[in-house]
Design a binder for this molecule. Structure first.
Ligand code: ATP
Length: 370
């Protein structure tokens, strides 16, 4: 049972209407946000959306122009960085080149004037945690990028912060190592239980690692939710479009039938029926969104009760595990359909210029009004 699903649970971190201006430019715009103990919370957004600024305000490297930040119910808005129960791991890792791995980790603990045996014990424990015990006497230049990343993580965890801030933690690693390290990082976080707040522009990384994601745009938080919420139930066109691929149609509500919304879309030959909880008045302009993997592509007419369209295959992107078909409708509008590439069988493969049908279930489309 996750505390962030309980509206009564006290959050560990709370942003209250936090804004940050640089001159007359607003980098962060009235952000209110709660993060709970034990979360891996990702701030996700395009370059320049304000995610790093938000993280730096939590660290204490920037002061909000307006609003307040609380940790454990205590207002830390004006508390200096070193007095916050927060530690930051930078993308560059910022290891001291002349110190050994062990020395790098012990350094911060010595500054905190911890007893020698505590320092030795903690250094060993965090190095074991990130499986770098064997490398204690190496210097940073004798390590691979992935190993340096682990040392930086160990160093940040050694201080036993309540909150660890990670700014594009895997940004310096190549794709393969990045993917392997994502799950490793989740695993380590699970064992130590420290709350992670992470900044990333990589949606796959955010989806893989996070308990919840805050999608940012132009200084504001657009939506907060679990990876599944954000992908399956985006609340706005922006989020639908930003996360994953989406087919979007501009449409108008025509009415309702059998408890389903009927919408008319000029680009499609037939009205669509969509499962939609909230009633909407006829004539309301809406956007209809369907993910490519929810669209079946067939040579035969789709079954009764499905939404459907017909068109011609105009492009095929073969990606190995899946293929993405672009189908052009009579209106000129294109729909993307994703198909898993299974073993080659006798079935006839679809190819360019084939006439096809597209079908999707009323439960698999979403109506967006924002
Ligand atoms: P990226 O992924 O590129 O790091 P970001 O979402 O983290 O982007 P921020 O670094 O938070 O974005 O910056 C948000 C905006 O605020 C940007 O337009 C940036 O130029 C501006 N900005 C950030 N710091 C300062 C500063 N010290 N002075 C002036 N403008 C700043």
């Amino acid at each position: 049972f996750a505390p962030w699903t309980d509206p009564q649970a006290k959050p560990l971190i709370r942003f209250e209407a936090v804004s940050k201006r640089f001159g007359d430019f607003t980098a962060v715009d009235r952000v209110s946000l709660s993060i709970h103990k034990g979360e891996i919370f990702s701030l996700l957004g395009a370059s320049g959306c304000g995610k790093t600024t938000l993280l730096r305000m939590l660290a204490g490297f920037e002061t909000p122009s307006e609003g307040r930040i609380f940790i454990d119910g205590i207002d830390i808005t004006n508390v200096p960085p070193y007095e916050r129960p927060v530690n930051m791991m930078f993308q560059s890792y910022a290891l001291f080149p002349h110190m050994t791995v062990e020395g790098n980790i012990a350094f911060g603990l010595k500054q905190d004037r911890l007893p020698k045996d505590v320092i030795a014990e903690r250094t060993r424990a965090v190095l074991d945690l990130v499986q770098m015990g064997k490398f204690a006497n190496r210097k940073p230049h004798q390590l691979s990028g992935g190993q340096r990343q682990r040392v930086a993580l160990a160093r940040a965890l050694a201080k036993e912060p309540k909150v660890l801030l990670l700014d594009e933690p895997l940004g310096a690693l190549d794709k393969k190592l990045r993917e392997a390290t994502q799950l490793e990082l989740v695993n380590i976080q699970d064992r130590v239980g420290v709350t992670f707040v992470m900044v990333t522009h990589d949606q796959e990384e955010a989806m893989t690692m996070s308990s919840r994601i805050g999608v940012m745009n132009a200084g504001g938080i657009q939506q907060v939710g679990t990876p599944i919420d954000i992908y399956e139930y985006p609340e706005s066109r922006f989020v639908a479009d930003f996360i994953g691929a989406a087919n979007m149609f501009e449409a108008r509500v025509a009415g309702d039938r059998d408890g389903r919304l009927v919408v008319h879309c000029p680009e499609l030959a037939h009205d669509l029926t969509i499962d939609h909880a909230a009633p909407l008045a006829a004539g309301t302009p809406v956007t209809v969104m369907v993910r490519p993997e929810k669209v079946a592509i067939t040579r035969d007419m789709p079954a009764e009760g499905l939404n459907w369209a017909e068109g011609v295959v105009s492009d095929i992107a073969y990606l190995g595990d899946v293929s993405i078909f672009h189908v052009r409708l009579a209106s000129g509008h294109k729909i993307e359909a994703l198909q898993t590439n299974r073993r080659h069988t006798d079935e006839q493969k679809l190819t360019w210029d084939d006439k096809v049908y597209l079908g999707w279930h009323p439960a698999n489309a979403l109506v967006l009004t924002k």
